[in-house]
Each structure stands twice: as structure tokens, then as C-alpha cells.
Design a protein around this ligand. Structure first.
Ligand code: FNR
Length: 382
């Protein structure tokens, strides 16, 4: 409504309100390297397309005459009441999109009361992001589980001290996938020391360097590459994290119901059903195709979250109806940041929430908790 009122004074939004159009605008205005890195995915892009197809295969079946005047988008996640079932996904190297980088996105999330997930691969340290958000703001820390135990323990201690409540452990990125857009442009931000702030500021990491980072940045980047992640990790290793983090732990990148069951057996608190936005395994299952089976398998034991392909309020509704308790928003907020800094992220988040609210109401629902598979149909059959 605010947008229409502003329109009476001749003001129209600076960015599109259809969030799926942001990529196109970002591609026109920002450099091909950064946009290629954000928009790019693994191999031929099959998984990224599968994410959209999986969501688009479901159709909402709106219900009428249900009195939807009083609505509340709020949910409780990990013991905290949130104004909506939406968090910002962990996205590294945000300074390639905008110099204000993570603090700008984190501030936008905090102003709306939504959790911001700080990536291990952020350009700003987790302490700086926490400071930008303010004491009370809900923040989660995403761990790319470092090979070195001391660095890992140091990261967890720093995250706890900086007020991060939930640990999001990414399981699908032990190696960076085959990403043709980055390969063709020979563009990898990390090799330019972008996305290494948490490591370069870490006492345990610095102790392992022959020379200070400032004196030999190339050696520091190479050291980072050896330690970034460990493809040797197994389910047994989760006990180590459980022992060193006393808050909720969420495993990100789960696509098989049996893996979700193992997460529950290992004492985890949640999973993010995600294929990393199609950036890791080309030809993988669309994330929304994996969601119902996982929600059915562990929905009563774990908090099931969802990402990969969310572009609109109706996508949020579908994810919740398929069993997710909340969604993580990825690329759209990153494009918003690139196009208009903090204001761009605010725009994206407000559009998403407004569209979710309207779609929910027009479909006959007043609260996220009312959404079940009954809200959807699959026109093409099972
Ligand atoms: C990511 N993602 C990601 N995930 C993570 O756990 N740690 C990270 O540092 C990053 N970095 C990152 C950078 C960029 C540029 C993108 C696009 C994505 C994955 C992210 O959290 C989320 O899973 C996907 O973005 C979801 O897909 P869509 O909805 O953005 O397509």
C-alpha cells in the first residue's frame, strides 16, 4: 500500500518488486566477474533450474470466505519468536557486490527482526557483523568446518562471545564445485584475499603462519585453502561439534531423509534442506523435491528449514506447506545489496514479507502454522 501511496506523488520503487528480476538488473549494472560469481552455479546449471521447476510444479489452491483480517506471520524458531519465517542465508564475499558488504545486509535484517546468518567466508569478521546488528538482534553463524581443530574451536568461541545463537554447519561444500562461469573468467574471490576475514583475524589461524598475514598474504591464502574445509569428515565427527557448541546446531545441505534421520540421531537441532542454490552438484535433486520426504522423516524431531530457489512470497508459502518451518533467502538479497546497498536489502526483504502476507491471506490462511500440504496440489500428478 505504501508503494501505491508513494506513487500518488510520482515516486516508483527503485528496484523491481518481482524479485526474480533482480538478477537481470544486477547483470546490467554490476561487473561480470561479481555477478557471474553470484548467479553462477555448478556445471550446466541443471540443479539451479531443478530448484525452480520443483517449486513451480506445486500449485496453491486458494480457499475462500475464511475471515483473514487478523494475520500473524510470526513463528518460533530455536526458542526465539521471529516476526516471519524468513532468515538471510549465509553468503560469503559480499564485498564483491557492494563496499558496505555484510554489515549492510545484517543491519537490514536486524531492523526487520529477521536472523542474519554470517558466513565463515564473509569479508567482515563475525565480531564486526555482530556489532553492526546490535546486541539484541538474532544472528546465526555458518561454519565451513575448518580442518584444523584449534581454528574450529576458536571460531566457535568467537561466535559464542559475539552473541550468535545458532550454529549452521554447511555439509555440501568440502570442495568448491565445477563452476564454469567462474572458471571461464578465472575468477575466484578468495584468491584475492576476499572472504578470508574470519581466518586472517583468528589467533589460532595466525599462529599457524610462518609470517604475519600482512607480510605474506599469498602464503596466508594458501594456508587458508588447506584449512578451509575437510572432505574427510564423517557423521562421527559431529560429536566434536556437539561437545563444543552448547546452542542449537543446524546441518545445511541435507537432501536425503536418511541423512536427516542421522542428524537427529547425532543430537542436532535442525537441517536446512538445500543444494546450495545449485552451486555444488550439477544434476542434483531440486531442493523442494527433497523437502516433503525429509519433513515427513524428521519433522517431529528437528526444525526443518529450506533454501534454494526462493524468489517470492508464494515460494515461502509452498515451502512451509511442504513441511519447512522457515526459509533462508539467498541470491535475491545479494542482488538487492549490489544494486542499492542496505536500502536494497531492505527493499527485497519487505517485498518478500508483503507478498507472503498477501498470498497467505488471499489463499485463506492467517498464520504460517496453518499451512499444510492441503494448501497445495500438483497439477501434473505425483
Ligand atoms: C552461497 N551460499 C553459501 N552457503 C554457505 O553455507 N556459506 C557460504 O559462504 C555461502 N556463500 C554463497 C555465496 C553465493 C554468492 C551464493 C549465491 C550462495 C549458499 C546459500 O547459503 C544458499 O544455500 C543459496 O544461496 C540458496 O540458493 P538461492 O535461493 O540463492 O538460489
Amino acid at each position: 500500500f505504501e508503494i501505491y501511496l508513494n506513487g500518488m506523488n510520482g515516486t516508483v520503487p527503485r528496484l523491481p518488486t518481482d524479485l526474480s528480476r533482480l538478477e537481470e538488473m544486477a547483470a546490467q549494472r554490476l561487473g561480470p566477474g561479481p555477478v557471474g560469481y553470484v548467479a553462477g552455479s555448478a556445471g550446466s546449471g541443471r540443479t539451479e533450474r531443478a530448484n525452480r521447476e520443483a517449486l513451480d510444479r506445486w500449485a496453491i489452491v486458494p480457499r475462500m470466505l475464511r475471515d483473514v483480517r487478523e494475520r500473524d506471520l510470526g513463528v518460533e524458531l530455536f526458542g526465539r519468536r521471529l516476526p516471519a519465517p524468513v532468515a538471510l542465508a549465509p553468503v560469503g564475499v559480499l564485498s564483491i557486490m557492494h563496499p558496505d558488504a555484510e554489515p549492510a545486509a545484517a543491519r537490514a535484517a536486524a531492523a526487520l527482526g529477521l536472523p542474519f546468518t554470517a558466513s565463515s567466508a564473509a569479508d567482515t569478521t563475525m565480531e564486526q557483523i555482530a556489532e553492526a546488528m546490535g546486541e539484541q538482534a538474532e544472528r546465526w553463524f555458518q561454519l565451513y568446518w575448518p580442518k584444523d581443530r584449534e581454528v574450529c574451536v576458536s571460531f566457535l568461541g568467537r561466535a559464542k562471545a559475539a552473541g550468535y545463537s545458532v550454529l549452521v554447519v554447511t555439509l555440501d561444500t568440502w570442495l568448491l564445485a565445477w563452476r564454469p562461469r567462474d572458471l571461464d573468467q578465472a575468477y575466484l574471490p578468495f584468491l584475492h584475499g576476499i572472504g578470508t576475514a574470519n581466518y586472517f583475524s583468528d589467533p589460532a589461524f595466525r599462529a599457524g603462519l610462518a609470517k604475519p598475514v600482512e607480510e605474506d598474504p599469498t602464503a596466508a591464502v594458501l594456508h587458508w585453502a588447506q584449512m578451509f574445509a575437510d572432505p574427510g569428515k564423517t557423521w562421527e565427527d559431529l560429536a566434536f561439534l556437539r561437545d563444543h557448541w552448547d546452542g542449537p546446531i543446524v546441518l545445511k545441505g541435507v537432501l536425503h531423509p536418511d541423512d536427516a534421520r542421522r542428524a537427529a540421531d547425532a543430537g542436532m537441532d535442525g537441517v536446512v534442506v538445500s543444494n546450495h542454490g545449485g552451486r555444488q552438484v550439477n544434476g542434483a535433486i531440486g531442493a523442494a523435491d527433497a523437502l516433503p520426504g525429509i519433513a515427513e522423516a524428521v519433522g517431529d524431531r528437528l526444525t526443518v528449514l529450506f533454501d534454494s530457489g526462493v524468489r517470492s512470497g508464494d515460494d515461502v508459502l509452498k515451502a512451509l506447506a511442504l513441511g519447512a518451518r522457515g526459509v533462508l533467502l539467498g541470491r535475491p538479497y545479494v542482488y538487492g545489496l549490489g544494486l542499492d546497498g542496505e536500502a536494497g536489502v531492505t527493499h527485497v526483504l519487505r517485498c518478500l514479507l508483503a507478498e507472503f502476507d498477501l498470498t497467505m491471506a488471499l489463499s485463506g490462511y492467517t498464520r504460517p502454522g496453518e499451512l499444510t500440504r492441503e494448501a497445495l496440489t500438483r497439477p501434473g500428478g505425483a
